[in-house]
Design a protein around this ligand. Structure first.
Ligand code: F6P
Length: 323
């Protein structure tokens, strides 16, 4: 192996830069040239890549986002797009590619792998829905940002005896909402894995007031069927009979933009180095992740199209402790 490339794809996640740094410096340590591809798979189609040295990745470990830029690339979902990417990578004599990203990105990795190009994926998404890694890059930082917001909202909720709907990210997975709800002491948690209709959410809030609480905190995953918008609409329509004052806060992309916390920096560093190790062993078509605190590889074939399942015991525990 002489020349590899690295790209970040899909939604950015705090810690991506630490992973880029680890790939570049571990690759250099192998005696390889490492190219950074700009704007995800889009850059692999257009040939937007630059040779990276150790100093190019200096001072980025503490930065959120990704210095390479990221994109969701519809063109790469087409055979023509992928063929063009393959031609471009071959023209630049790139021998292997490291893809830092989540579900959609690793589907792209798997497609390239099936075309015979050596690819290794690194598990990175704040949603933590990627099969093959117990925890993914960015989750811990995003969770802590959500938690800080919940703590703050609880203070003002208590002052006014209000209820709050707090919507956190998670396109189709309730991991962030469940963990933020448990850690933030929410009265109710609404997630796709355990849907709760509006009347039950209202019952939970009213029951909390009856138990003597001064607030009603409901954490809602954006991917839940009854998301914050639908719940707020119901509460608005039934305002008088419910008898509590409600506010809605959507945290949205605020959760993605933070500087990575220590856990994400170390995780990303380990996974970045692990990806280079996998390439050095000639192990391609795998996702590098963390399982039982070990850096592991899982064939992309097993990763793609699957979703990690939430621990049902934690869902139950959240409901018990909300009392
Ligand atoms: O997959 C990560 C994520 O932040 C999801 O939680 C969210 O639904 C989505 O990305 C938002 O995507 P975009 O940044 O393209 O709007």
């Amino acid at each position: 192996m002489k020349r590899i490339a690295v790209l970040t794809s899909g939604g950015d996640a705090p810690g991506m830069n630490a992973a880029i740094r680890a790939v570049v410096r571990s690759g250099l340590n192998q005696g390889w040239e490492v190219y950074g591809i700009k704007q995800g798979f889009q850059g692999s189609i257009l040939g937007q890549m630059l040779l990276m040295g150790a100093r190019d990745v200096g001072g980025i470990i503490q930065q959120g986002g990704t210095i390479l830029g990221s994109a969701r690339c519809p063109e790469f979902r087409t055979v023509e797009g992928r063929n063009q990417a393959l031609r471009t990578l071959n023209q630049h004599e790139i021998e292997a590619l490291v893809v830092i990203g989540g579900n959609g990105s690793q589907t792209g990795s798997y497609e390239l792998h099936k075309m015979g190009f050596p690819v290794v994926g690194i598990a990175s998404t704040i949603d933590n829905d990627l099969y093959g890694s117990e925890i993914t890059i960015g989750v811990d930082t995003a969770l802590n940002i959500a938690l800080e917001a919940i703590d703050r909202l609880k203070v003002t909720a208590s002052s006014h005896e209000r209820a709050f709907l707090i919507e956190v990210m998670g396109r189709s997975c309730g991991y962030l909402a469940l963990m933020a709800g448990i850690a933030g002491g929410a009265e109710a948690i609404v997630i796709p894995e355990a849907e709760m209709p509006p009347d039950r959410v209202a019952d939970e809030i009213q029951a909390a007031y009856q138990r003597g609480k001064a607030h009603g905190i409901v954490v809602v995953a954006e991917g839940a069927h009854y998301n914050a918008e639908k719940l707020a609409q119901y509460f608005g329509e039934h305002e008088e009979q419910l008898g509590f004052d409600l506010r809605v806060t959507k945290l949205g992309h605020v959760q993605r933009g933070g500087a990575p916390l220590a856990f994400d920096r170390v995780l990303a560093t380990r996974l970045g180095a692990g990806a280079v190790d996998a390439l050095a062993r000639g192990e391609y078509g795998v996702l590098v992740g963390l399982n039982t605190n070990q850096v592991t590889t899982t064939p992309l074939e097993e990763v793609v199209g699957r979703h990690k399942v939430l621990n049902p015991e934690l869902i139950e525990l959240a409901a018990i402790l909300a009392k």
